[in-house]
Design a protein around this ligand. Sequence first.
Ligand code: FES
Length: 254
Amino acid sequence: MTTPTISVPFDVYRFRPGKDPSPRYQRYTVDVAPHTPVLTALLKIRAEVDPSLSLRYSCRSAICGSCAMQINSKSRLACETHIGPEFERHGRVVVEPMRNQPVLRDLVVDQSPFWKEYDKIEPHLKLDPRRPMPEGQATKMTPAEVERFKETPRCIACAACYSACPAVEADPGFPGPMALSKLYRFVVDPRDTAHQDRLLRIQPNGLWLCLRCHLCTEACPKDVRPSERIRDLKEMAIAVQGGTELGSRHAVGF
Ligand code: FES
């Protein structure tokens, strides 16, 4: 038995900075089965209709994080977003590049700002050089200690959270949900010796710019729940430093 197909209009963002005067939306109509992922339809468009369409992808299995884009105004992985529900809800599929990162071409963005913020949190363990751990014990933690950051290793760095974040849009100096989730992972790691320093350094231009809108948690395809990790960091920052920042004073006041 063959699967019934639906005829779906796609409005795809097209732009070549430096060549096109402004972005435009190009309509393609694709006949596909409802369970088809958006990525598959885009690749079909590129293979059969318009080879000039640029997009980024790799695994096609929601593992590599390369195919994140805006689908009907939500930051999603194109390889795991099925067309049927999108078409049913919106009557079309609008595909745009991720937000908060400059467009290189069509659906491909320059992820440098996202990775720059990640680098800034120094995403590596800082062990105490005066107390080297005995051979073979450097990675030992109790199950309860590991449990405290069980969500963050699920992150595939797709930048969907960064794209969805209005605080990044308002202030590009805000580290963004992914970087702060990774920071949380090191702050609660009992082997790391820079907990307090990390919390003090991130506060002024980082932590308190988060609006608690939870759009990052809604966008995250791996249920890392970045907004909850940021909330935990805020509570830890207040425990360390009290209400000394504008944001923490406000939180303590409430
Ligand atoms: S192509 Fe790898 S996550 Fe979508």
